[in-house]
Design a protein. Structure first.
Lengths: 480, 480
């Protein structure tokens, strides 16, 4: 802490935008992961120039700088594992340009996803990645994590919405990347390399994003299943049938129970629910796709089928899925909902097997796990529900995580679909990408030779997430 | 030439797959650009292991290695400006897997685009980037150049179709990049960095690609205009109206004349033709979009409007555009069609201005230039038609190129939409991306420390394309 000249930082960003009292540092020491580590100081820049000046101060002094959006990342991306300066982008939250003629928007990194979409709505267009945290997630954080969400099956992840960006490099240089046009073949796509780099290669200070027309018609369907495997098979068949869908969501029985318990929504206590959606500018086109999905659900013993074009009705049907994440935290007294192995992607044909495996692994390891997710893009979500005060439960969770990712790799899947690696998922990530870790380190060294940008993450994170940082929970020793 | 141990290369890839006689070297010394430079030797690997062994031989000896697909690149990407080993991928042309369940295809780099699409067609899916050269262009070359084509407005460029790849690095290491799933947030997207790197960062030996359903209905429309500006304004309005289109092509009067002259197609001798297309699974949805485009064309004084859903009729309407490139070569006796400033992208609102500017610059510089292109993705094509035997014409072309790119930059456009940089476009590229050239060099050095992968291209290409290499044409000195 003594390493940082707080006075100098106050000169750069203004005294009111520097925090170094303990309570603040504590808050900035965690995100939505299980990790905790105290930063030395927090700065809130208002301009690109301030960001550049902070970097020019930090770089020759080898001080870590950790960019932070909303802190909604679930893998510890914003946790300052090596201490240093947390750079909070809350105040760089201006929408700089909505260009309807050239169909792009330029934003500062602290703009909240939902705020951007509220600003675009009057123009009948939207920015589509839509992670579940869109109410708080910032565009800068979404880019740094290559976020995606319920409609990524049709509209892609953040990487598919990027046209260009401005990035401040470790040495304070400001670089324009990408273009304002839909296609570009002008040299290395460094903007694409920044996507998903989790603040380790550069600091995004502006983004140019595509938007797309809001479809006139959206139809949401729901189907219930008495066997999880039937739902999984329906997913595989839908995805291999050439149907153009905008959403395909799964909830297993634990997810359903969690939502019913927390919110009294009265969802049927079945083994699985599938929700599917198609959208478009003509109702006939949407009809074709949703009816095909309905038939496939029926074929795989789906029942209680409903379809709705009505916005209110769709909100009602979808509310269980929408509120699932907070509901899981209240599933069992004394248990918390942890994101330790939570967003793997597997090939479509392995979705049913993946869901079954999650339950099997949970049972074997004395934790509660649920299977849900954005099946349309191959993303299977799970959460590990556990008693965080018990040391043995952390050992149980560790085994479960190891088994989950071993299975994911064995079926040709990948560690993270949309939440990123950070600290928690680094061990699985390192096993999966073992061939390219040295390459990643070489790229990191080329762009950040002093290793000050979010150090200790991704390929450089510790091999054991349990001991990587302090945990956010007080763990008691127990006789097991 | 004496630097290469041809015998050693014969041991690696087989004697029949090594060429070092002068006639062969001459052929491999040019691509579809104006450049010419002799390689030292040509190898045709059949397997990834052979590629690795060639690299293991070349890397410690600092021998340049230039990967080559079809040689259809227009900017000199495959021209061995520093000599070295040209690695021809013609023999690595197997489609390794068509996975309909998990909706991806795995291919070797030498697979020709049209061959892949012929193999996918029976399954009702297609690989969409579709550059005009798809009849000969290979997937490896398309990835290395981030190619795109007529339908990129809806289906994106090659970068949007990539899921993963296998790459042989400069030192011979084989690295798996990306995943088999639609979304992935598992560390640095090095596969995206390989896209558009023109063989300078690694050698693609396998690609995993997405495919998409073939739409049931495609409707192509055509409109004629007496003023180029009216067509340009129609383009701008179509693109800002939220219309979901699959194609929007412009041909100016020179393009029309060239096609008529070469092929006697009887296109109307108007100032501009627009061709527009929408596609989808329901006719109603397609109708909505094409009718909106037709109305906008009418509003901007478009006439002679035709619409057709019929495949044959569409082919007839489109044949002029399809055959434009070869037709341009025959436009004027003694003139050749050069790709010197040929595929800039500009914001939609600047399309009309760009088209006008092309004519103005051509006139001022004593060359013939035409304006056409994939306006839906912001790509404006042009070609410089000139007498290549006259030294003064090269000076004229040089001035025209400089002026074109100065204008492109002034309106926020980018040097290349889809043909890449290579040698010819390096001067404009370097001016546009001056802030990130050092970054690109740092990345190149990190991945290819001995600078053997296609050296002397992109940020390392000479500053003057006219003198960068020998020209393919015999230039006579003349009294001007």
């Amino acid at each position: 802490m003594g390493l940082v000249d707080v006075q100098r930082l106050k000169e750069i960003v203004g005294a009111e935008n520097v925090k170094d009292d303990k309570a603040d540092l504590y808050v900035y020491g965690s995100d939505s992961s299980v990790h905790q580590a105290m930063p030395w100081v927090v700065v809130r820049p208002h301009t690109t120039e301030e960001v550049q000046n902070v970097m020019r101060y930090a770089n020759p002094r080898m001080l870590p700088v950790i960019a932070r959006g909303a802190g909604s990342g679930m893998s510890g991306q914003a946790v300052p594992i090596k201490g240093g300066i947390v750079m909070d982008f809350k105040k760089m939250n201006k929408i700089l340009e909505i260009n309807l003629e050239d169909t792009f928007v330029r934003v500062e990194p602290g703009v909240v996803d939902d705020d951007l979409n509220r600003a675009l709505k009057p123009h009948n267009v939207f920015y589509p990645p839509a992670p579940a945290s869109s109410r708080i997630a910032t565009i800068g954080g979404e880019i740094a994590n290559n976020a995606s969400g319920v409609r990524s099956v049709k509209y892609g992840a953040v990487r598919d919405s990027i046209l260009g960006m401005k990035v401040v490099m470790a040495n304070g240089d400001l670089i324009h990347l990408g273009a304002k046009t839909r296609v570009e073949a002008t040299g290395y796509q460094i903007d694409r390399l920044m996507v998903g780099s989790e603040g380790t290669l550069g600091i995004i200070v502006e983004a140019t994003l595509k938007f797309v027309p809001i479809p006139k018609f959206r139809c949401l369907g729901i189907a219930k299943f008495n066997e999880l495997e039937d739902a999984g098979n329906a997913i595989s068949e839908i995805m291999s049938s050439g149907i153009i869908l905008s959403m395909l969501e799964l909830m297993d029985n634990i997810a359903i129970k969690a939502v019913n318990q927390a919110l009294d929504l009265g969802l049927p206590d079945v083994e699985a629910i599938l929700m599917f959606e198609a959208d478009g500018m003509a109702k006939e086109g949407v009809d074709i796709e949703v009816k095909r999905m309905m038939e496939i659900c029926k074929k795989h013993k789906g029942f209680g089928l409903e379809l709705s074009y009505d916005a209110k009705e769709r909100t009602r049907i979808f509310s269980g899925r929408k509120k699932l994440f907070p509901s899981l935290s209240r599933y069992k007294e004394g248990y918390v909902c942890t994101s330790l192995a939570d967003d793997m992607a597997v090939p479509y044909s392995k979705m049913a097997e993946m869901a079954k495996k999650i339950h099997e692994i949970a049972k074997r390891n004395n934790v509660i796990m649920t299977a849900y997710g954005h099946c349309g893009s191959g993303c299977m979500h799970t959460k590990i529900l556990m008693d965080p005060t018990k040391k043995s439960q952390w050992e149980d969770a560790k085994r479960a995580v190891f088994e989950i990712y071993s299975f994911v790799r064995s079926v040709g899947g990948t560690t993270s679909a949309e939440h990123g690696i950070g600290i928690s998922k680094a061990p699985a990530f390192k096993r999966e990408k073992h061939e390219s870790l040295e390459l990643m380190r070489a790229l990191k060294k080329a762009l950040d030779p002093n290793n000050i940008l979010n150090p200790g993450k991704l390929m450089d994170a510790p091999d054991d997430w349990v001991t990587a940082t302090k945990l956010r929970y007080t763990v008691k020793l127990e006789g097991k």
